[in-house]
Write a new protein. Sequence first.
Lengths: 475, 264
Amino acid sequence: MSDYNKLTDELIDQIRTAANGHVLTGEDVSDDFSRDEMPIYGTSAPEAVVQPLTTEEVSAVMKICNDNRIAVTPRGAGTGLVGGAVPLYGGIVLDTTKMNKIIGYDLENLAVTVQPGVLFKDLADDCSRQGLLYPPDPGEKLACLGGNVSTNAGGMRAVKYGTTRDYVRAMTVVLPNGEITHFGSNVSKTSSGYSLINLMIGSEGTLGVITELTLKIVPAPKKIASLIIPFEDLEAAISTVPKIKMANLNPQALEFMEKEIVLSSERYIGKSVFPQKIDGVEAGAYLLVTFEAKDEDELNDLIDEASELVLEAGAIDVLIADTPSKMKDAWAARSSFLEAIMAETKLLDECDVVVPITHITEFLTFANATAKECDLTIKSFGHAGDGNLHIYECSNDLTEDVFKERVDAFFEKIYAKATEVGGQVSGEHGIGSGKIKYLRKSLGETNMQLMQGIKKVFDPNLILNPGKICYIPED
Amino acid sequence: MEFLVCVKQVPDDSVEIHLNPETGTPDLSQADPEAGAFDTYAEELAVRFIEENGGSVTVVSAGTDDNKTCLKNSLAVGAGAAYLIADEGTDCLDSAQVADLLAAAAPKIEEQEGKKFDVILCGKESTDAIGGQVGALLAEKMNLPLVENAVEIKSTDSGISVKQETDTGFMMYEVSTPAVVTISKPDYDPRYPTIRSKMAARKAKIPTLTLSDLGISDLASEAAVSSLGFAEPKTRQAGIKINESEPEEAVKKAMDQMIADKAL
């Protein structure tokens, strides 16, 4: 069923009228709409881009596309890493970035209502100015909140606060047939039938178009500090993670990183933060841990307890970032890993597998051995606190075909290993078009068919973001 | 070499500051205080120097009791002693007053520490007021030589050589000591405290110097600047879109608009 119709001049006119003129065609459609940030999964141009301002415009456009079987790919800032926003079957890209208003706060219920095109950073900054915190903290700060919800973005603070899913209270959704509906409500618990809102979260634009979100927020922590903890090797670093969690220290963030990737990142941002040698001992890996507290005494107690614990567990030293600029510099290095790798790499792919934290070391050892076997260079870092690993496959000398072949062989093996130890294909980036094959193997046919069934209930004409997650038109 | 590093506590400059509508003064409630960036470069430069050549680093700050947090942070990254100048009226100081206080404090601290300072370092400017005057005023008041915007200090037979950053490159100076030097950004970053240095710094006692300790009887009369009030910058107006499809029409409309706005 890949016979999507092409946009005719007449249909474009209809869409232009429906969207009050907010339509780009021809040369006005920039190449950016053909790709996301991981072009290795292929690029494909839309026939037109619609940039709606209101739910009603989205509804009117969807109705036309549904009636005429035009493929529609919803898209935010395009910062995805699995090809999710690429319009593989042409049609229109529904760009929600112009719907970028923070509509308002309900401080008594600790909620904020936003349009889907608001950037994560803009909401985070706006909350911060009011002493509030929107807890999800994905690495990409310039992603749209609609995209964060559509991929159930996680990020650094997931170890304490959970992922985006835990902060979505309600949403307005335009179904593929143009009908406008609302899922969820601003309550903290519900047992009211199937959770349609949770089907939408992480659905990567395949079920409906989110046009408004009500998100949960929390009071911002009063005091915060990060520890940079160097270890001789990765195994020593990772084996400390369960100890930190068992000690009930409740870190806000708990990241691991290998020396190579830290050096790349420091070169990229032009700052040297992580110590390479301490009292003659070479650091091979680091943990970066953040704690929060209600006052300075409580924070100091946490820092002292955590330091004692990690030093006993084999840390070489503990460095403390407890001033705004030192925290910013430490996390700038961590937040720039992807950009640093991109700057130094011609061909790039990524696996954001998630495994139980007790299997991180075993899994990474396996991944390193498998990379060697597949003759592939990899760079790893990740969220040690929740087992979500980012393993980047990099090449500056292979041809694209050979690179893809090797990466596929590598992925087949490591995703099979992840499944074996109780892990999942993606922790926070999603499936898009790039990971469908591995998802199918990991979940099995029964679960894939359940997903396809859900897709058909929401989108009987199969027009929304075809070729993603569970539905490939050619299958 | 004995260093005295002057440190100003400033609000976190990564937080966007707005005026409190009730008081009309900057609302700093969301901006945690920390040492000014150039002051931290000054301390790191001094600590690196003494690690290589021997000596000591003492830090001093003028303000309120709150500044002790910032001074303890300085102790945790290599300073051997810290002094606070705090008294009535020291919560809001202009550059001339700060220079007066520091000039009076330096000999007192020398007395208490039992050493003479060879070099007094200041950051080249603070990250809040960005006045950049304290170093020069201090040198004038203490009648000491001054080099500004330095990124490197080395010892020589007769004093120090100082590498100054200029708009077009670098200038090298040889200066007798004691001297005042203001510090720009060197090509390294300040170190992070370790848990051990942090715990030691937390326990450290920071002596407070009062106005009477410094022999200053009327601080207010030393002020050279008075604040008339605060105002936020005007918010930028939305631009005008010129949507004409024909270039001639678009240019004409743009020109007409610029003439109307007196931009041309």
